[in-house]
Design a protein around this ligand. Structure first.
Ligand SMILES: Cc1cc2nc3c(=O)[nH]c(=O)nc-3n(C[C@H](O)[C@H](O)[C@H](O)COP(=O)(O)OP(=O)(O)OC[C@H]3O[C@@H](n4cnc5c(N)ncnc54)[C@H](O)[C@@H]3O)c2cc1C
Length: 418
C-alpha cells in the first residue's frame, strides 16, 4: 500500500504509472509469493543442520529466480544487464507490496545489494555483461571474501597476497567470517598486490570462481550449532586478470563502495512490523501482555523499527534518484544495531527461564528467542562494528579530528602486524 500522509491520514493519489506498477506487482505477488499469514513467524535462519541450512539458502535462490523470470529482479538496473531500467520509486513500490508476503531471497539479496551496484560503478562492460544477469537470476550466488584473521576493522591491513603471472593472478592467503561461502559459486575478494605501497594503495579487487583449484572452504560452527560463517583458504589459486575490478592496486575504491552498500543494506533491512508483532505474540504466550515494563519495551521496539525503516527509505529514495545520501548511511546501521540489542534483551526478558531450554525438540518460539539473543550482536559487528562506524560518523559527519594514524605513509610491509 502507498504510505499514508502523516498529517491527514489520507492515502495520497499515485501517479498513473506508479499505480500501474503497483497493480502489476500485486498481481505477481498474489500469484507467486507466500502470503505472510502462511509463513512461519518463528522461522530462524541459523540451522544446526547443514542440510537444512543449505535448503534455506536454496529457497532464497529459488525466489530470486522467480523474481527474475517475471521481471522483478534488478528493477533499477540497466536493461542491457538484465534489469528493468526503472526509476528508484519502482523498488520502493515493490518493497511495499512485498511486505504482505513471506517470500524473500535471503542471503542472495544481501550479496546482490553489495556487489551489483559496485560492479555497475566499477566493472568493465564485459564484466557487467558477464556477471550481472546471472547474479540477478540467482544462478550465481556471491560471497564476500574481505576479512582476515588479522584484518577486520582494519580491513586495509589485509595480507592475502596476489602476484600477477602472465595473464593470471596467483593468490595465497586466508579469509574468515565469510557468510554462506559454503553455498556460493563465486566470491569477491580483496588481495594485496603491492606490499611496498601504503596499505590502502596496494590492494586489488578480484572476482573468483569458488570452484577454482586451491580454494578450501571450512564452515565455522557457532555456539548454537549452526555454521553461518566460514574460513576460506586460498593456496596458489589462479584468477584470470580480466576478473580484476577497478585498477590494479586500486581495489580500495570498489571495496569502499561494497562497504557503504553493506552498511546501508544492513541498516535499512532492520525495519518492518514483524519483530514488534512477534514480541506482542510472545508476551501474550508468556502472559506478560499487561506488564507495563514489557509494554513499554514493545512500544520502544515499534518506534525504533519505524524510524529505521523511514531512514532506510529516505536514503534509498534519494540515492536511487541520483542524489547524494541525505545523511551518512552508517547512521542507519548504528541505529538498527542498537535496536537489535534492545529487541534481543526484551525477548529474553519476556520468555524468562524458558529461554534457556535446549535439545532437539525445542519449542520454535523459544528457538526464535534464543536466536534473537545470540544474533543481537551480529549486526553490530558484521559490515563494520558499531565502534568503528561511530568513529567514521564522528570524522565524516561531525568533522571531529581523525584518529591518529601512524601507518599512513608507511609501506604496508613495514607496518607492524600481530
Ligand atoms: C554476522 C556477520 C557476518 C559477516 N560476514 C562477513 C562476510 O561475509 N565476509 C567478510 O569478509 N567478513 C564478514 N564478517 C566479518 C566482519 O566484517 C568483521 O567481524 C568486522 O569487520 C570486525 O572485525 P573483527 O571481527 O576482526 O574485529 P576487530 O577488528 O578485531 O575488533 C575487535 C574489537 O575492537 C574494536 N575496534 C577495532 N578497531 C577499533 C577502532 N579503531 N576504534 C574503536 N574500536 C575499535 C571493535 O569495535 C571490536 O569491538 C562478518 C561478521 C559478522 C558478525
Amino acid at each position: 500500500m502507498p504510505e499514508t500522509d502523516d498529517t491527514t491520514g489520507d492515502l495520497p493519489t499515485e501517479p498513473p504509472e506508479r499505480a500501474a506498477l503497483r497493480a502489476e506487482a500485486r498481481a505477481f505477488l498474489e500469484a507467486h509469493a507466500e502470503p505472510l499469514l502462511e509463513a512461519d513467524p518463528w522461522e530462524v535462519a541459523g540451522f544446526p543442520d547443514e542440510e537444512e541450512a543449505h535448503a534455506y539458502f536454496e529457497r532464497g535462490r529459488s525466489w530470486q529466480r522467480t523474481l527474475a523470470e517475471h521481471g522483478w529482479a534488478g528493477l533499477t538496473w540497466p536493461e542491457e544487464y538484465g534489469g528493468r531500467g526503472l526509476p528508484g520509486w519502482a523498488t520502493r513500490i515493490f518493497a511495499e507490496e512485498s511486505a504482505r508476503f513471506g517470500s524473500h531471497a535471503g542471503f542472495i539479496r544481501a550479496s546482490m545489494a553489495m556487489l551489483g551496484p559496485t560492479l555497475l560503478e566499477w566493472g568493465t562492460d564485459e564484466q557487467k555483461r558477464r556477471f550481472l544477469p546471472t547474479m540477478l537470476s540467482g544462478e550465481v550466488a556471491w560471497c564476500q571474501l574481505f576479512s582476515e584473521p588479522g584484518a577486520g576493522s582494519d580491513l586495509a591491513g589485509l595480507a592475502a597476497r596476489a602476484v600477477l603471472d602472465g595473464d593470471e593472478f596467483v593468490v595465497d592467503g586466508q579469509k574468515v567470517w565469510n557468510s554462506s561461502a559454503q553455498f556460493c559459486e563465486w566470491g569477491f575478494l580483496l588481495v594485496r598486490t603491492d606490499p611496498d605501497a601504503p596499505k590502502h594503495q596496494g590492494i586489488s579487487f578480484l572476482l573468483v570462481d569458488m570452484s577454482s583449484p586451491g580454494i578450501e572452504v571450512r564452515p565455522l560452527v557457532q555456539a548454537n550449532g549452526s555454521a553461518h560463517f566460514n574460513e576460506v583458504f586460498l593456496s596458489g589459486v589462479r584468477i584470470p586478470a580480466d576478473q580484476l575490478v577497478g585498477d590494479l592496486h586500486g581495489g580500495w575504491g570498489p571495496a569502499r563502495a561494497v562497504l557503504a552498500k553493506e552498511a546501508g543494506f544492513i541498516g535499512g533491512s532492520g525495519g518492518g512490523k514483524r519483530t514488534t508483532d512477534r514480541l506482542v505474540d510472545l508476551a501474550r504466550r508468556f502472559g506478560r501482555l499487561d506488564d507495563p515494563v514489557v509494554r513499554q519495551g514493545i512500544a520502544r521496539t515499534h518506534s525504533r523499527e519505524r524510524i529505521v525503516a523511514l531512514m532506510g527509505q529516505r536514503l534509498r529514495d534519494v540515492v536511487r534518484s541520483g542524489g547524494p545520501p541525505p545523511f551518512d548511511p552508517a547512521l542507519t546501521k548504528v541505529f538498527a544495531s542498537d535496536s537489535k540489542v534492545h529487541t534481543g534483551q526484551l525477548a529474553a526478558a519476556i520468555a524468562g527461564a524458558a529461554a534457556t531450554a535446549s535439545g532437539p525438540d525445542i519449542d520454535p518460539v523459544v528457538r526464535w528467542v534464543q536466536a534473537e539473543v545470540i544474533n543481537r550482536y551480529s549486526i553490530s559487528i558484521g559490515g563494520g562494528t558499531t565502534e568503528v562506524q561511530k568513529n567514521n560518523l564522528g570524522e565524516r559527519s561531525l568533522g571531529l579530528p581523525r584518529e591518529p594514524r601512524s601507518d599512513k605513509d608507511v609501506p604496508w610491509r613495514d607496518v607492524p602486524r600481530s
